[in-house]
Design a protein around this ligand. Structure first.
Ligand code: URA
Length: 239
């Protein structure tokens, strides 16, 4: 069940605030009955009419994108840089990314037009593990790896315990590949955590989000999530 003004705004009638005015003006009917109460909740089977014209309600859509490098995790960019939404073709619904990956980060990014689902997944208490593979320009010490695992102070806050593994070391170039699984989603979190142990990131990829991975996708490719996957993510978040 969703609030009437939210459903109307989502269908492109007007902003949520303007939709509230339209409801109060008595211009909205739900299943043939005029509704002027702002708290009214509706479900997907309800017929909503504004000025006696039925509104078109978007179907919820859910995509898993392999975000390529040099794309912005947004629906538009004031500097006209490529945005992730443009990679999803033949979709009329107004989808947007759930959270963000940095411009130069690649990997798994979810997109949807379902605001409740996006809010649920982005809520700070949502603890879905996110796994990143980072190429760093140094060799981490065991102490540094332990700090990552126990939690490390960045921007005055301590990160939750994480899983951290050294996947490989190139002693000649003094670079390493580190796998890091974190549970929060702070801004530039992985880069800041690795910077804090003196291993600046030169390349970053998100490989997994909970039980989802990139499968056979190549950068720039995407697929729709199955209904099962959407329900499972929802259940995990609601726990
Ligand atoms: N952490 C980062 O530092 N960057 C990302 O894009 C994602 C997580």
């Amino acid at each position: 069940m969703e609030r009437l003004q939210k459903v109307m705004a989502h269908a492109g009638i007007a902003s949520r605030r303007k939709c509230e005015d339209i409801i109060e003006q008595g211009r909205v009917k739900v299943n043939g009955t005029t509704v002027t109460e702002l708290g009214t909740k509706v479900q997907s089977t309800d017929l909503i009419e504004v000025d006696d014209v039925p509104i078109y309600r978007e179907e919820p859509r859910y995509f898993l994108l392999y975000k390529p490098k040099n794309t912005i995790s947004a629906v538009s960019d004031d500097k006209d840089r490529p945005v992730v939404v443009d990679l999803i073709k033949d979709v009329d619904e107004r989808i947007y990314p759930i959270g963000r990956l940095d411009f130069d980060t690649t990997g798994l990014l979810l997109l949807t037009n379902d605001g409740d689902f996006a809010n649920l997944l982005m809520h700070p208490s949502y603890q879905v593990p996110k796994t990143y593979i980072a190429k760093v320009s140094d060799i981490p010490t065991e102490k540094g790896m332990q700090q990552l695992r126990r939690g490390i102070k960045i921007d005055g806050k301590k990160t939750a315990p994480a899983q951290a593994k050294v996947k490989s070391i190139n002693r000649e170039n003094r670079t390493s590949i580190i796998e890091l699984t974190i549970h929060e989603g702070w801004n530039h979190q992985v880069k800041k955590m690795l910077e804090a142990i003196n291993c600046p990131v030169s390349k970053l990829k998100r490989e997994r989000l909970g039980f989802l991975d990139l499968g056979n996708l190549n950068p720039g490719e995407y697929r729709e999530l199955t209904a099962f996957e959407v329900d499972k993510l929802r259940k995990m978040a609601e726990k």
